[in-house]
Each structure stands twice: as C-alpha cells, then as structure tokens.
Write a protein of this length. Structure first.
Length: 143
C-alpha cells in the first residue's frame, strides 16, 4: 500500500482537551500507511461563532481549506464540529460563485485563494473509505 499524506487540521480543542485523541491517531494511522502532516497557519473553523456571524464562519473555514490547498494536501479533520464547518463551507462556496469571489477577495490579503479542490476527510471516512475494512482486519487481532 502506498503511503497517503493528509494535512492534520486539529481545530481548537484537540491539542488541549482532546489530546488523547490526537496521540491515538498519531500512533495508529502510520500502521495503515497514513502520514499525518502538521501545517502551520490553521485557525479556528469558526463554527462556535456561526450563530453570531455566518460570514466570519465561512471566511475562517475557507481560509483553512485554502491553506490545505496551498500545501497540495487533503485535510484530515478529526473533530466532528470542524468537519461540519469546513464541509458546509466547501458546499456553499462551490455552489455560490459570488460568495466564493467575496471570500477570495478577503483571502487575497493573506495570499490565499479557495479553489475548491481539497478533500475533507473525517476519521471515519479515513478508516472506512481510504484505509478499508479489509486492511484494518489484517492489522487488528480478533476482528
């Protein structure tokens, strides 16, 4: 199996409140030929602010997607809330050309651009769809 690389988007909580989750994925995923790459520059996904400012949430999520695209890596997003926020952002920007242009206008000040070609992967997606159940069975006893 060829080693697949993903940019780890840790979100806000993983490194403090969910550190055991991060430790687990860093230990387990290499066993399944998955390399997790740390990328500088990620910010909050914006989901906690969504009820107050939807445009800010969209911008923050698009910013993180653009950083992943800049690195030419798909995003591995273990946090369900962050996964939702970035997935919704991708859906909105891929459907609404005017909003995409508006967000890209702001991203340009950081030399970033959202193009829409980054894949967003949650832990379940990664294990089921990318690694595969059969590969997991080969490496895990008593399954």
């Amino acid at each position: 199996m060829v080693m697949k690389k993903y940019a780890l988007y840790p979100g806000c909580l993983m490194q403090m409140e969910q550190y055991s989750y991060e430790m687990s994925i860093r230990e387990i995923l290499p066993l399944f030929d998955v390399e997790i790459v740390d990328v500088n520059g990620f910010s909050c996904c914006g989901e906690p602010m969504k009820s107050v400012n939807q445009l800010l949430t969209l911008y923050l999520s698009a910013r993180n997607l653009a950083i992943g695209e800049q690195q030419s890596l798909d995003l591995f997003i273990p946090c369900a809330m962050c996964h939702l926020s970035l997935s919704e952002c991708k859906h909105i920007l891929n459907k609404d050309r005017e909003m995409k242009e508006r967000i890209n206008g702001v991203l340009a000040s950081e030399d970033l651009e959202y193009r829409g070609n980054v894949e967003i992967v949650h832990t379940v997606d990664l294990l089921h769809d990318h690694v595969g159940v059969e590969e997991i069975k080969k490496k895990v006893e008593h399954l």
